[in-house]
Design a protein. Sequence first.
Length: 80
Amino acid sequence: IGTQMLAKGHHFPDVTLVALLDVDGALFSADFRSAERFAQLYTQVAGRAGRAGKQGEVVLQTHHPEHPLLQTLLYKGYDA
């Protein structure tokens, strides 16, 4: 709860776990921009988790872990 608030730059130094639920909606949306928006959201929340020297973790809930976008983000990063 509060993913958008976390992604928009608010500083919460004790956040170490972020979960993005039902990412399938973004992966299979008819909106051609949804993949880019999801990649931006994932990158933003991943950067917010684990600040102040703490290890962070991002959990994604999906029925399609083999989706090419997820594989690229997880193993190659946003710049790929």
